[in-house]
Design a protein around this ligand. Structure first.
Ligand code: TRP
Length: 361
């Protein structure tokens, strides 16, 4: 097993822009990225983190991309078919986006049962008080409680620990996530550090202390302009959205009711938030904003511009997806292969962790 160089043990949480993707031992950093399969991927996922997965791949870094099916089942305990279907949908979206399974392992959480065991072992290192000091978890639990608590499962409650297992099991040391997932990484780092100190040192085995890379836009707002983009809220734009639905969604975006030549406010304007995220010509956008604030640009024009640039972004993904949809068995083979590869590595980690914790016979 790899001896970790010091920078993978003592680092700051943020992976600095432009930092080298090679560790000092010459090996590449290990990207570990994941999503829960509770729907197709949307452009919010892309801006939040998927986009950076793609960039990392360009640089040829080792990557493992996880589909966290237990997390999805924890959210939708009564919908196993939905979760199963979405495992395939997510993998298909990734392929359509151009993530390359030759350069990365696409893997499924439940295909690596040692992750569950690691979850149980890591859970012994986290107090309830620490666990509950997690703003994202707190907020998500409140939402589920206010909906009657019917879907608030124990599995949901423990997902941050399970996420630590997902990352540390395959020895991931660089995790691209959306801003809301940062508290999960803080917990993962604490688990790694306390494991190393309390147990790992004894047998000379160390877990990496992973860093995060937060996406370009930490949190893309939904088309309603209110909440974070999410398929379940229905305010999302799919990565492979049909041209027709895309048009409807852009036209349906909330925008101020003002005359064409009335001055407008850019701040908080949904359409501008999307233009900020997707419009390629930043200088042109700056001019457009000034023009809008002076009162020379109508809402219709803004929406047309947004529609055109989203269509440019989405069209190739939509086309490629249509091809992959014809080959579900190839998609499944890709998942099987990636899962086998990652499992071998997680099994090694799992053995070491058990040994370090003096467990077993
Ligand atoms: N919790 C993440 C989300 O909801 C998904 C996830 C599960 C994940 N395991 C992970 C992300 C490991 C990064 C690394 O989006």
């Amino acid at each position: 097993m790899r001896q970790l160089p010091p920078e993978l043990l003592e680092n700051d949480i943020d992976f600095p822009e432009g930092a080298p993707l090679q560790a000092s031992d010459g090996e590449s950093r290990r990207i570990l990225a994941g999503v829960r399969p509770s729907g197709r991927q949307h452009i919010g996922h892309y801006k939040g983190s998927l986009g950076s997965w793609k960039n990392f791949q360009k640089e040829g870094v080792h990557s493992d991309f996880l589909i966290a099916d237990i997390h999805a089942l924890a959210d939708h305990p009564d919908r196993p078919d939905f979760v199963r279907q979405n495992v395939l949908e997510v993998a298909t979206d990734w392929l359509a986006l151009g993530l390359d399974p030759q350069k990365a392992n696409f893997f499924v959480q439940t295909g690596v049962p040692e992750l569950e065991s690691l979850t149980a072992l890591f859970a012994t290192m986290v107090t309830v008080a620490r666990h509950e000091r997690n703003p994202t978890l707190k907020r998500e639990m409140e939402v589920l409680r206010s909906a009657g608590g019917r879907d608030l499962t124990v599995a949901f409650y423990t997902y941050p620990v399970s996420q630590a297992a997902d990352i540390l099991g395959p020895l991931g040391d660089l995790v691209p996530v959306g801003q809301d997932q940062r508290p999960m990484l803080e917990l993962t780092r604490e688990i790694a550090r306390s494991f190393n100190l309390q147990y790992g040192n004894r047998i000379g085995f160390q877990l990496p202390v992973p860093q995060v890379r937060v996406g370009e836009v930490g949190r893309l707002v939904g088309t309603d302009g209110k909440e974070k983009m999410s398929k379940s809220v229905g305010n999302d734009i799919g990565l492979a959205e049909s041209a027709r639905t895309l048009r409807q969604k852009v036209n349906g975006m909330a925008s101020p009711n003002k005359g064409k030549s009335d001055p407008g406010t850019v701040e908080g304007h949904v359409v501008f938030q999307y233009l900020d995220a997707f419009f390629p010509d930043k200088a042109g956008l700056q001019m457009l904003k000034q023009e809008y604030e002076r009162g020379g640009v109508g809402e219709g024009t803004l929406k047309q511009m947004l529609l055109a640039c989203l269509e440019d972004f989405i069209a190739p993904i939509r086309e490629s997806r249509a091809e992959w949809e014809k080959r579900p068995n190839d998609v499944k083979d890709i998942l099987r292969q990636g899962t086998t590869n990652v499992r071998a590595r997680v099994q090694e980690t799992h053995e070491k962790v058990r040994e370090a914790m003096q467990l077993g016979i």
